[in-house]
Design a protein. Structure first.
Length: 197
């Protein structure tokens, strides 16, 4: 059997969680597993996964910065230890290393700030998409409610019309039976009167 979007949604869930999720969707909407609630849940899951990757990216950036800073600290420590041996001729070289270290820290800081800015923009987009999804869900719910009310009204009008037709048919049937009875009665009276005259 081919997997559905709902199966994909339940892929990383335990059996109990998948069962509870299926129950919730059944309560939301009695319909196709590829219907709107599942699609909405898939969209939400994708947005949650995108949001979940942001802290990991920040953590990776922090680790990268710490790794490079540790390397530069080791290099700086080695140069300072050699400074006593080498003397003042190497002071200019040390200044260049410190300047390069400062530039690296500045670049790393700019990279982190840029990553934070992009993360903030992604969070704003996810928030907007979630708000749009909620708004679309509310509109669909309102439309379904209005359609249900129109359907119920049409059913009531149809029932009223059918009841009126049945009532008319019953009256015409009763009038027909009475008319036939009168005709039979008058015909029998004429036959009897003709026979005795």
């Amino acid at each position: 059997m081919e997997d559905t979007d709902f199966d994909f949604l339940c892929k990383e869930l335990s059996a109990d969680e998948a069962k509870r999720l299926r129950k919730i969707f059944v309560e939301w909407c009695d319909g196709d597993e590829n219907g709107f609630p599942v699609q909405m849940a898939l969209l939400t899951l994708a947005q949650w996964r995108a949001s979940a990757s942001i802290p990991r990216a920040l953590n990776d950036s922090r680790k990268w910065l710490e790794l490079h800073l540790a390397a530069y600290r080791q290099q700086t420590a080695m140069l300072i230890n050699d400074l006593s041996v080498v003397g003042e001729n190497q002071a200019d070289g040390l200044a260049k290393v410190v300047q390069a270290h400062t530039e690296t820290v500045k670049h790393a800081s700019v990279a982190i700030q840029d990553q934070l800015r992009r993360t903030n923009e992604a969070a704003k987009q996810i928030t907007k998409q979630l708000e749009d999804g909620v708004s679309a869900w509310n509109r669909a719910k309102s439309d379904m409610e209005a359609g249900r009310e129109r359907f119920q009204k049409a059913c009531k009008e149809l029932d009223d019309r059918l009841t009126l037709r049945e009532l008319r048919r019953d009256w015409f049937t009763l009038l027909g039976v009475i008319s036939i009875g009168i005709v039979i009665g008058v015909g029998a009276g004429v036959v009897i009167a003709f026979k005795y005259h």
